[in-house]
Ligand binder design. Sequence first.
Ligand SMILES: [Zn+2]
Length: 530
Amino acid sequence: MGFAERIRNGLLVSCQYSAGDAFESPESAARFAKAAQDGGACGIRANGRADIAAIAAATGLPVIGIRKRKMEDGRILITPSLEEARELAEAGAAAVALDCTRRGQSFGALARVAAIRKELGVPVLADIATMEEAVAAEQAGADMVLSTMRGYTLETAAVKQFQPEFIAQLRRAVRAPVIAEGMIASPSQAGEAMRAGAWAVIVGTAITRPHELTRGFVQCVQWAAGEKLRLFAAVDLGATNTKFGLVDGEGQVIWSSVKATPAKSGREALLDHLSDVVERCQREAQALKRVPAAAGIAVSGWADPATGRIAFATSAMPGWTGAAVAEFVGASTGLPVIVENDARAAAAGERAFGAARQVRDFVCLTLGTGVGGGVFVNGRSVTGAAALGSAIGHIVVQPDGEQCVCGSRGCLEAYVNLEAVLRSAMPEHYDSGRDLVSAANQARSGAVKAVERMAAYLAIACQSLIHVLDPELIVLAGGLAQDNALLLKTLQERLDATVFARGQRRTRIAASRLGYQAGLIGAAALARDC
Ligand SMILES: [Zn+2]
């Protein structure tokens, strides 16, 4: 069988090394070639007669021989003379390759193609970088063209990765078989090369250069480690208080503080307030000899993370609707700024650092003064067309029920807001959600009744959410969900009894792991990914 048939539709491995390599010897090259053969390679490309002889003896595979030599212009040229080609053939090379690029042609490559064929009787393979070079090499008599030099010549220096479309172009331009070589970094790229019309594929570095492979892994590990060390300014703007702080790339709060929110003072005062607290974060970072990479701002209104504006705010914050928060705070602090609704930010925090780590489909409910919601579908936060989505608090759980702050009646939030929950424990009296939850954990009947009532309303909303979204997880966050095992258990039981096809579903219920700083951590998660 001829050389072309032996390598057709196969993978060849280029077994070469640089000076100073740990594998710098013909014996090492032959061992790599033997390993390649064991893996199914149908041929080898190798440099110099010693390596070619060692590889041919060890494997019996056809070897494409080359001879690299430094020329008077200071750069390497592949097989620059007929004498060197003769040595390769005598050492056992089944074919000889030479540089037929424009530079190679300036050293007489095209005449050499014809001379090698005539004198040595082996197939001649042209290493090229452009279509014109391929056509010229074929006209000069080359048996095959190889894309080896693409990206490695002056004319093609802009090419930084393997281009299957170049293989397809070569196929259209020349009759000779086209071999894909150069910058093929993965098995899938080798497959693409074949689909683009390659006769065979040659891979080198990605198989036979362990130090290059190691360097690629090291870079990715170091990059990810650097991400963990980054620092973010995080702000949680509530109607009463603003929490702000520094959070690292692993979701750890490094420093935090609280300041009253000037909720009624209008847009400008609120924007100045946000700039002030972010600048305070920058000063704290400076004291640690660090610089925040970005700022995340979670707000208790509807924000559009795509535009950085407030999409809708209630009369609790007059003038706030439409405020260009990201633009203003970005200009005054010099940081990239992302703005998001606080509950959707909390969901992002759960996904980045908390109970929903790496979960693609989940729902997060924040149970505090009001009820907030965040929904992730297929790994993306559901913000909606006007950034008003994921408003789980306004799912109706009681037709013509209690008046809700949104103007409608019977919303989940009308029943599960902090004040309503505390009231439903009567005649027992509690000052905070934390007190009520701890009393429920001690089986005080009013507190237990209040938590069970909460679970009943949540179950109605969650049942619908599960039927629509089929989530993997429902996370309960916020003050009323903290340490509240009774709430989780009662909700679980109700859903087990009511949800359609419950046994086939994977929906779990879990408590937030971010605790009382979920808003800050969520804001940092958004900043991290912005
Ligand atoms: Zn409502």
